[in-house]
Design a protein around this ligand. Structure first.
Ligand code: ZN
Length: 192
């Protein structure tokens, strides 16, 4: 960051009084630009045992499969974000059951939160960010072509819980990949 969001003056990267980390502080108006992690919210949604997956029409990970998910907007709840993203990307109306998995990805400053839920009706359609949307049986999940590690992790827990008959809540952390056997990513934003 070079210029103040409030007044356009230049900024310094300094530790403000009473703070413990360096921030971008405006040299003119004094505004402190805090940067905090972003929340990505999504859903594992089922219809008659099949799971709703979207193939991405956008970078990053264009062409790879993902659960419907995206950045939470200001002014909405996490449940609203999960429902909105599922409608936008998969054209599906869902009934949310419960939060299911929360994945901290500190090296990209993101937290991914997945609900589990059910389609309200078996209607779905690819939104502008999806090349195609499918309801897939467990054996048809394209494990080698999933877009994000958090999605893989969430689906693994989901299928294990479903098989056991009891759904829990799963907290996990991802650390940077040294080597990926498949082309899988953490970051849901295009490279800058
Ligand atoms: Zn300023």
């Amino acid at each position: 960051m070079r210029f103040c969001n409030r007044c356009g003056a230049d900024v310094s990267h300094v530790v403000p009084a009473g703070d413990s980390l360096p921030r971008h502080v405006c040299n003119s108006c004094g505004y402190i630009h805090y940067e905090n992690p972003r929340l990505v919210v999504g859903c594992v949604a089922e219809w008659e045992g099949r799971i709703l997956l979207c193939r991405r029409a956008i970078e990053p990970q264009l062409g790879f499969w993902t659960l419907p998910a995206g950045f939470m907007e200001n002014g909405e709840t996490t449940a609203q974000a999960a429902s909105r993203e599922t409608m936008e990307e998969a054209g599906a109306s869902i009934i949310l059951d419960a939060p299911f998995a929360m994945v901290s990805i500190a090296h990209i400053n993101q937290v991914h939160l997945f609900y589990r839920g059910r389609l309200a009706t078996p209607a779905y359609a690819a939104g502008v960010e999806s090349l195609e949307v499918l309801l897939l049986n467990e054996e048809d999940i394209p494990w080698q072509n999933l877009a994000f590690r958090s999605v893989t992790l969430c689906l693994e827990h989901y299928l294990a819980d479903r098989a056991s008959g009891t759904y829990g809540f799963h907290e996990a952390e991802l650390t940077p990949l040294v080597f990926s056997p498949v082309n899988r990513s953490d970051d849901t934003e295009p490279a800058r």
